[in-house]
Design a protein around this ligand. Structure first.
Ligand code: HEM
Length: 212
């Protein structure tokens, strides 16, 4: 049990505004969000995470983090895209953001992992709002870590606090998290624009009926 949460507060302070903007700008977070908005969100998130996800989780982490158990999120996304009717070839052809953060130091890795693990926290809210539009489908991404969601986040925060003791480490992590949010917001905006302009392949290319 940790008494003082210092590192996480540094990360929150560095990314709070960016997260608010993201929630405000994302179509999938709006009350009228549709199934296609959910699929676009997954496609875009995939395109952002893919270039660095494997390197992030296969790097060195404190054993208590159980990094390998956090490494399958692209599979969750692919599972949903396939269930919605996309072929594996079409999934592989999705555009990538090209974001390749510096993962050389543990604090920088924690900053990036904070953004990815934290995204699971909003999933409950998203799942509740989208449930009527997606029923009877229960997407894999929205299930997240399931019953272990809260425990996984608690463990992450504990590892973060014990690993980022110095102010310098917290500064590096906060900068990495802020950069990650900035690149993600840019990417979402680019993809939204491509869809508005009708760029071929930008709009959802899946069957009209998702499989349960
Ligand atoms: C899709 C719309 C989104 C909604 C509705 C949403 C909503 C939320 C909510 C309600 C929380 C607080 C949960 C809690 O304290 O239990 C949260 C936390 C967080 N979300 Fe999001 N979120 C969204 C997207 C994202 C995305 C795309 C990312 C980054 C990839 C992200 C990163 C985070 C982070 C890092 C936290 C942790 C904040 C902290 O407690 O330190 N969120 N989100």
């Amino acid at each position: 049990m940790i008494n003082k949460l210092i590192a996480i507060e540094a990360l929150r302070a560095a990314t709070r505004d960016a997260h608010e903007r993201l929630e405000h700008d994302l179509q999938v977070a709006r009350p009228d969000a549709s199934r296609d908005d959910y699929l676009h969100y997954l496609q875009d998130l995939r395109g952002w995470m893919l270039p660095f996800d494997a390197a992030l989780w296969s790097a060195a982490w404190p054993a208590a983090m159980e990094a390998q158990a956090r490494a399958g999120k692209l599979d969750w996304i692919d599972c949903d895209l396939r269930a919605a009717g996309m072929s594996q070839d079409a999934i592989h052809a999705l555009p990538e953001a090209g974001f390749t953060p510096d993962l050389a130091t543990l604090p920088a890795r924690f900053g990036i992992a904070y953004v990815i693990e934290g995204a699971q926290l909003g999933t409950k809210v998203l799942a509740k709002a989208l449930a009527p539009k997606l029923a009877p489908w229960s997407p894999r991404w929205l299930a997240g870590y399931g019953e272990s969601n809260a425990k996984k986040w608690r463990t992450f925060v504990e590892c973060l606090e014990s690993s980022l003791a110095s102010m310098e480490a917290q500064r590096v992590a906060a900068m990495a998290a802020a950069d990650a949010f900035a690149s993600l917001a840019d990417w979402f905006a680019q993809r939204r624009q491509a869809r508005l302009e009708g760029v071929p392949g930008a709009a959802v290319a899946v069957q009209s009926q998702a499989m349960a």
